[in-house]
Design a protein around this ligand. Structure first.
Ligand code: NAP
Length: 337
């Protein structure tokens, strides 16, 4: 993969010197409302930074008690603490949505979007900020007249209270069109420009795949070995599994003509592991907190795609099964309580 197509992650203190990111600061003040679906870590991150940049933002939350109110969002980054007011509403409102940032987990995206689809018209643009793959095509099939973008992001955010978050890793977001007309992409980038770095990418699929492979290695392996990201580097068994996971993806990616996504992928993953050494992966956190994981859109997506092409991916299959078994254990335990 050419250097300009590489994505990297950062730890809390790491700057992104290797990223060729152009901050797209809008020249003109944007007045139309940007709707953000999901008030979790990433939703609050974008809501806070866009509001600080003077954009009108409305957070769509499931909490009907907060609907119609304004809410202070508390943003912490290193020693800096900021507060910003945003509007809240629930999906069932009637007001039009022309730009929607979808910030739910991948398994919630379909239902969450459906809950506010009555507020779309043909001009509505939807930006999907989820990790993982598979659900995007389902959305394209369901909403063929909408313009759909994906945002591949290396930002790190952690929700610390109902409307409070820590910006734990300064990263970047690569925006790319996956369905519809490209005509408005500059305007969308301008509207989303704030202190979070954003870069438009014509070839977003290679970025999606690179991020998918990184997540398919780090997330399940940190659950399997029950460790922080950095410990994967010193674990020979984890290193062997990492290589197997990468090698199993090769024929899949080659079949799609996306070989650039694999360029230096081993080194790219090692770099992410190093820069996020003290982080506990989102999947490990989800398992520890007995929540749903995004495995269906990571290793399980790879396995299903491989099956359709008659390709074997035994290590992805093993880890997908392992994570699903862990989920099943606590789901059944929780059902009995
Ligand atoms: P999160 O903290 O769990 O937030 C997801 C939010 O979506 C929750 O607040 C949830 O609300 C809300 N939601 C779910 N269904 C909804 C619905 N129907 N209507 C309204 N809100 C709904 O997850 P996250 O960490 O922000 O991650 C979001 C996505 O970004 C994931 O795909 C993740 O992999 C990706 N990502 C995250 C990071 C990060 O640093 N956090 C970095 C890069 C990518 P409830 O509280 O009511 O359940």
């Amino acid at each position: 993969m050419p250097p300009s197509c590489q994505i990297s992650f950062s730890s809390q203190s790491q700057s992104h010197a290797c990223l060729k990111v152009i901050p797209l600061m809008a020249a003109m003040k944007q007045t139309a409302t940007i709707h953000i679906l999901g008030a979790g870590s990433i939703g609050l991150l974008w809501a806070a930074y866009l509001s600080l940049a003077g954009r009108q933002v409305t957070l769509i939350t499931r909490d009907i008690h907060k609907s119609g109110h304004r809410q202070t969002v508390f943003l912490e980054k290193g020693s800096s603490k900021k507060q910003v007011d945003v509007a809240l509403n629930t999906a069932d409102k009637a007001s039009h949505i022309d730009l929607l940032l979808v910030c739910t987990k991948a398994f919630d995206a379909f239902d969450a979007i459906a809950s506010c689809a009555h507020r779309f018209n043909q001009e509505t643009a939807i930006v999907l900020l989820q990790n993982g793959m598979g659900f995007q095509q389902t959305l394209i099939d369901k909403y063929p007249s909408q313009t759909l973008y994906v945002g591949i992001s290396t930002e790190g955010a952690l929700k610390t209270g109902a409307f409070a978050l820590k910006h734990t890793g300064q990263g970047a977001t690569f925006l790319g069109l996956i369905h519809g007309s490209k005509n408005n992409h500059k305007k969308i980038c301008e509207r989303l420009s704030c202190a979070l770095s954003l870069q438009y990418q014509d070839q977003i699929t290679a970025f999606q795949w690179q991020k998918l492979i990184i997540n398919c290695v780090i997330n399940p392996l940190t659950v399997y070995f029950d460790c922080q990201n950095g410990a994967l580097a010193d674990n020979p068994a984890a290193q062997l599994m990492k290589q197997a996971l990468i090698d199993e993806c090769r024929p899949l990616i080659h079949a799609q003509g996306l070989d650039s996504a694999l360029h230096n992928i081993g080194e790219v993953i090692d770099d992410v592991i190093k820069k996020t050494a003290n982080n506990s992966s989102s999947m490990r956190e989800d398992v520890q907190q007995q929540k749903n994981t995004e495995i269906a859109f990571l290793n399980d997506y790879i396995v299903n795609l491989a099956n359709t092409l008659g390709i074997a991916c035994p290590t992805h299959q093993f880890l997908a099964n392992y994570i699903q078994q862990r989920e099943a254990q606590y789901e059944s335990k929780n059902q009995h309580h």
